[in-house]
Design a protein around this ligand. Structure first.
Ligand code: GRF
Length: 191
């Protein structure tokens, strides 16, 4: 049985692309059925189109409230028979409506060693604090900001004073760690 995923992203979508490429290499036994972005026009839309994966651009502002927005999201997930929701640079807190519908089936990746540096610009926060080692965390999503149960972590040496290189290291690790962690998780769940 193949695990069916929806990827949620708000920006570039490099993690989405890394997952899709891992699927195509046979390293992740899943299919990305749908990409949802809350930022119409985000670069992830171009990436999804390049792979021929359905993408829905859904501006939350177009809905009466968060519940209505998430109900629409659930409708799309159900129409595509989605098993797991994979957040990859989705810059929005998930509300109770979606959390309840996909309980323990929503995963996020965050570019720090949580619980250090949750929220926006985690790499910048880490560098401002002068930490020598930062990293990547894959975790279950709950109602808080990057507070859900931790599934996997990996460490990255900060390149002092060089944000670009540090970021490149973090993203490289993200792409590998997300693939490996999800593959393990799906194997366990359906074993
Ligand atoms: C990644 O660093 C991810 O950990 C964070 O947002 C960034 C998204 O990058 N949540 P991309 O859109 O996947 O390139």
């Amino acid at each position: 049985m193949t695990t069916k995923l929806a990827v949620f992203a708000s920006g570039s979508g490099s993690n989405f692309q890394a997952l899709q490429e891992a699927i195509e290499r046979g390293e992740l036994h899943a299919t990305i059925e749908l990409v949802i972005t809350d930022k119409p026009g985000a670069f992830v839309v171009t990436r999804a189109n390049n792979f021929g994966i359905p993408v829905v651009e859904l501006a939350p502002k177009a809905f009466e409230n968060k519940v209505a927005y998430e109900q629409k999201v659930i409708e799309l997930l159900e129409a595509h028979d989605v098993d797991w929701v994979i957040l990859a640079g989705y810059m929005r807190l998930v509300g109770e409506t979606l959390l309840t519908a996909y309980e323990n089936r929503i995963i996020n990746i965050h570019p720090s060693l949580l619980p250090s540096f949750p929220g926006k610009d985690a790499i910048g926060q880490a560098m401002d604090h002068g930490v020598k080692v930062t990293g990547v965390t894959v975790h279950y999503v709950d109602a808080g900001m990057d507070t859900g149960k931790i599934i996997a972590q990996g460490a990255v040496d900060v390149v002092p004073g060089d944000r670009e290189q540090t970021e490149a290291r973090v993203h490289k690790l993200e792409h590998a760690l997300y693939t490996n962690t999800l593959q393990q998780l799906f194997k366990q769940t359906f074993a």
